[in-house]
Design a protein around this ligand. Structure first.
Ligand code: HMG
Ligand code: MG
Length: 308
């Protein structure tokens, strides 16, 4: 098994978009700097979606204009449409030449109802928009990641046939997405299901073209990561401290916590390049910024050990 794994940090975007508290721009930049110092090679910093839909990330342009430059770190931002691309381009112009590398990410769902709730479009309409958007992003020199949500299950429709995700992955790769991240958006998956999904998808994509994006709502995220590792996947998304969760669903947790993922990978001898002490410091900072204890288990164990 190849021993190198990419931990793709999504806390500043997927985490903060779900927090009830809006974190100030300067504090977001401090968190990004702490994550970069921890050696995370990929950090999704923000999202150029409608600020009416996600007010927590309304300052996306200010964040991208001031991203901390750290060698080896590439940042990411969600871009849902042409308006999002225009805003990202403006922000990069403000950042000036020599800004840190930034990639774009587009997203849609494997289930129709979730896609409509999230993007106000059918899947077919979204794919039609992406036919223009992905080449436009690439035309601006941006690497593009694709996300497919609700691959393991949909909050509105329940079970989702993996063939639906497969069809979308085919389209995204054909459009030129470097990698497609498969989302267990509501954390309902189990390892058997993960094996079945990857068995189907790895017939059409190389392992490095796929990533797993597990939410840890029901505690099975790491088990699903292990199934992914065994199938050859080497990129996993995670959020510092397990940030996120729905403010309107008490007890619901966010993404797999970065510390939990890194702790397991380190113990298994995988190389991530992530520095543990600095990662825990970033987790402690994230807690201070959102003003609550975060659910990441390895973070809490480490803070308890340190008497924090
Ligand atoms: P819409 O209302 O259909 O947009 O929303 P529209 O095209 O009809 O435009 C309406 C107004 O919004 C216009 O302004 C546009 O200019 C403006 P007006 O003329 O009325 O003044 N507008 C924008 N403003 C700023 N930035 C933009 C933008 N686009 C339009 N980019 C839209 C369509 C896609 C914008 C909306 O549905 C949206 O923002 N959705 C995003 C929802 C979201 O961010 N969800 C979370 C991210 S996905 C996720 O978390 C899943 C993932 O983590 C993987 C997983 O877990 O599965 C990735
Ligand atoms: Mg997500």
């Amino acid at each position: 098994m190849a021993r190198r794994v990419t931990v793709y940090e999504v806390g500043p975007r997927d985490g903060l978009q779900n927090e009830a508290k809006v974190v100030a721009t300067g504090d977001k930049l401090a968190l990004l700097a702490a994550l970069a110092r921890a050696g995370l090679p990929r950090i999704e910093a923000t999202s150029f979606v409608s600020p009416r839909w996600i007010p927590q990330l309304a300052d996306a342009a200010d964040v991208v204009a001031a991203l901390p430059a750290v060698p080896g770190v590439t940042y990411g931002a969600l871009v849902p449409n042409a308006k999002g691309l225009e805003r990202l381009e403006d922000a990069l112009r403000r950042a000036g030449p020599g800004h840190p590398p930034v990639t774009a990410a587009v997203f849609l769902s494997a289930s129709e109802t979730h896609n409509r709730k999230n993007l106000d479009r059918t899947i077919a309409q979204t794919l039609a928009e992406l036919e223009a958007l992905v080449p436009a992003l690439r035309g601006h020199g941006l690497e593009v990641r694709g996300y497919v949500s609700t691959v393991w299950g949909c909050p509105y429709e329940g079970a989702v046939d993996p063939a639906r995700a497969a069809g979308i992955v085919d389209r995204l790769l054909a459009l030129g997405c470097e990698q497609v991240s498969l989302g267990d958006t509501i954390g309902v998956g189990n390892p058997d299901q993960t094996r079945r999904i990857l068995d189907l998808l790895l017939r059409r994509a190389r392992p490095e073209q796929l990533a797993l994006h597990m939410h840890d709502t029901r505690g099975a995220a790491l088990a699903n990561v292990l199934a992914g590792l065994e199938a050859g996947i080497r990129t996993f998304d995670a959020a510092i401290g397990g940030l996120g969760g729905c403010p309107y669903a008490p007890g619901a947790s966010g993404n797999l916590a970065t510390e939990d993922l890194v702790y397991m990978l380190d113990g298994m001898g995988f190389e991530t390049g992530v520095r543990w002490k600095e990662l825990v410091a970033a987790g402690a900072l994230a807690e201070r910024l959102v003003g609550r204890r975060l659910p990441g288990k390895a973070l809490q164990a480490e803070l308890a050990r340190a008497g924090g």
